[in-house]
Design a protein around this ligand. Structure first.
Ligand SMILES: Cc1cc2nc3c(=O)[nH]c(=O)nc-3n(C[C@H](O)[C@H](O)[C@H](O)COP(=O)(O)OP(=O)(O)OC[C@H]3O[C@@H](n4cnc5c(N)ncnc54)[C@H](O)[C@@H]3O)c2cc1C
Length: 390
């Protein structure tokens, strides 16, 4: 592209990417007094972004993993405060139900981590689960844990409202694509798709599944975007048993495809998906249409576990992508070639809920030199996939 030599007003910090990670990072940077400009190529929580779509689960349990439980526990009140400021039910306390069996050490560990963290939980046996949720049929489930204070977040609404609030609080927002930064040492400015350059003291790249395109040499083998399909089913007319309070969010751990479901919210339908990683996916060019084999797999699952929805119409589908690191740990670190460039991503299918904690952590790393969590470092990221964070 021809350069026009147009220069935007300099800022302390440029944040590239207005998904949940970029928006919350901009929020905390601004709260600390920095002047911030936020850029997005396609718009906040757009339909290609990982933060797009209707809803995301917010749960406190992460099996034995104390770090993500701590971050979820930190994030929930920040989401609640934000929802109260917006006057909108961005967080909905539907409860989150883990469905498993007695042999599941993940769930046993989850219970002790939640107990240590002071998170309320209810343990239920298979009979109690069958009695409380007769619309579900899980013969393989002998044990469950309910997190009554957890629930779901209205994803797109949350990110778009947050960006509106940022702009009201003095953050500049520009609907442009940042070009790949070149050079090394100290980055002075970045170029945009509109031919402008933006200079700043610090640059933060929160480009989700686009990070491997932004930094191919560094991240092509460290972030793996995968295709993930989501179905919204029409529930029977006039029946409340697939909506809150009769239906919580649930996760079916004993099934190899790791199904999970969210209740019908705002009349969009009962949401169901499989957490197992799909094929490699390109966030710019990937077609977002689900195929017949996926529908057949879903029908087979419904027949067995949610008979009332076996023949339910599919009223909406979505194809999104996870941006997986090798094991599911986030990547939050400085770029090794630039002293003033930061990268935050690798949400790995579980990042949305942690937006507030991530923004707070990264802002403190950048502005106050707060200590680093080793698991988020670039050096901890391996190049072959072995998922261990669920
Ligand atoms: C189907 C599905 C279900 C999920 N379920 C859950 C769940 O239940 N709970 C949970 O906690 N998490 C869940 N996740 C994960 C969570 O949604 C992601 O981890 C999170 O949204 C990642 O946010 P992000 O800001 O890193 O990326 P994104 O939301 O993708 O944001 C990146 C942004 O960067 C912009 N961008 C990219 N390149 C450029 C550029 N060069 N210039 C300018 N802008 C650029 C893009 O347009 C985009 O808006 C799920 C994800 C999917 C796909």
């Amino acid at each position: 592209m021809e350069r026009s030599d147009k220069k935007m007003k300099p800022h302390d910090i440029v944040v590239v990417g207005a998904g949940v990670f970029g928006a919350w990072t901009a929020h905390f940077l601004r709260q600390s007094g920095a002047s911030v400009i936020l850029l997005d190529a396609y718009g906040p929580a757009n339909s290609r972004a990982s933060s797009g779509g209707e809803t995301r689960v917010i749960r406190m349990g992460y099996g034995p993993d104390e770090l993500y439980t701590r971050w979820a526990v930190r994030s929930l009140p920040l989401w609640r405060e934000f929802a109260a400021r917006m006057g909108r039910e961005i967080f909905q306390q539907t409860g989150v139900l883990w469905l498993s069996n007695d042999a599941d050490s993940y769930l046993r560990n989850l219970c002790s981590v939640l107990a240590q963290a002071g998170v309320e939980r209810e343990e239920l046996n298979g009979d109690e689960i069958a009695r409380r949720w007769p619309q579900l049929s899980f013969h393989d489930v002998t044990w469950g844990v309910l997190e009554p204070s957890s629930g779901l977040l209205l994803a797109r609404a949350a990110v778009q409202s947050l960006v509106r609030e940022l702009v009201e609080n003095g953050v500049a927002y520009a609907p442009v694509a940042a070009e790949i930064p070149r050079g090394e040492g100290r980055l002075a400015e970045i170029q945009t798709s509109t031919g402008e350059s933006i200079s700043a003291g610090t640059f933060v790249f929160c480009c989700g599944p686009w990070l491997p395109k932004m930094f191919p040499g560094l991240l092509r083998d460290r972030i793996f975007p995968t295709r993930q399909e989501v179905f919204f089913l029409g529930t029977p007319a006039g029946r409340a048993d697939f909506r809150p309070p009769k239906m919580p969010v649930w996760l079916h751990r004993t099934h190899p495809d790791l199904p999970y479901a969210l209740p019908d919210i705002e009349g969009r339908g009962f949401k169901i998906a499989f957490d197992r990683h799909g094929e490699t996916f390109d966030p710019d060019t990937g077609m977002r249409v689900v195929g017949e084999p996926s529908l057949a797999r879903l029908r087979a699952y419904l027949r067995q576990h949610i008979p009332a929805l076996e023949n339910a119409p599919v009223i909406e589908t979505r194809v999104c992508q996870y941006e997986n690191t090798w094991n599911g740990d986030f990547l939050i670190d400085r770029h090794p070639d630039f002293e003033n460039v930061w990268i935050a991503g690798g949400g790995s299918g579980h990042g949305f809920k942690h937006g507030p904690a991530l923004g707070e952590y990264l802002s403190a790393r950048i502005l106050q030199g707060a200590p680093a969590e080793a698991r988020f470092s670039l050096s901890a990221k391996q190049t072959s996939q072995k998922r261990s964070v669920y």
